[in-house]
Design a protein around this ligand. Sequence first.
Ligand code: ADP
Ligand code: MG
Length: 231
Amino acid sequence: MLTIESLNQYYGGSHILRDVSMTVPESRLTVLLGRNGVGKTTLLRCLMGVVPTKSGTVAWRDTSLTKLPTHARVAHGLAYVPQGRDIFPRLTVEENLLVGAASKKRLPSGVPDHIYTLFPVLKDMKGRRGGDLSGGQQQQLAIGRALMSDPQLLILDEPTEGIQPSIIQDIGRTLRQLVEEMSLTVLLVEQYYDFAKAIADGYWVMRRGEIVAGGAGADMDADGVREMIAV
Ligand SMILES: Nc1ncnc2c1ncn2[C@@H]1O[C@H](COP(=O)(O)OP(=O)(O)O)[C@@H](O)[C@H]1O
Ligand SMILES: [Mg+2]
């Protein structure tokens, strides 16, 4: 389980995360929903140690992550697909994937088959530059790159943003497959309600830096989650 307790974060004088406490159970897909600007990305950056936290704790399984630098969190099984994907446009698809394994003690000689099995399009395009891929293909590349570190907990920030519907469906199927067949734990930040609802085992809702609701994925309609995040 990922356990976040009483996390607080500020940018300058503004209080961005307010006593955020939440759990992410293992081998489940948990979505964190919230409108633009409520602090979702900031929370993920705190989880990865990209920005320091003012107070509160983060633990994964039996390990406290609170004081660990980002690379140590990766070594403990966390992987992060950032909002906007951040792929390297001038590197090839294969090179982009190999960057994802840079934290491993033993560097792989190539991209393992299971990555290309999950994303056949990446195999077809492995010699192309990252910048030549469509938005959806870049998102698949970013997820594939994160999987190269053999994570236990995969954290994704709005992977559906600006992507065509058919690839959104593919990504949803792949995430479910990772949970069901490989027992991965997934934390997905989303604003696209129907996508989240279709694949979530559990949910949390954030508003103005606070967690205001949480429950089972199957109860999202009944709990009025769509209305909570409607703009
Ligand atoms: N680097 C930064 N410096 C100052 N304010 C920031 C920074 N990044 C984000 N913010 C502000 O923090 C709030 C939360 O942002 P963010 O975590 O990106 O929200 P979300 O991902 O939910 O859209 C917003 O008001 C945003 O303007
Ligand atoms: Mg964001």
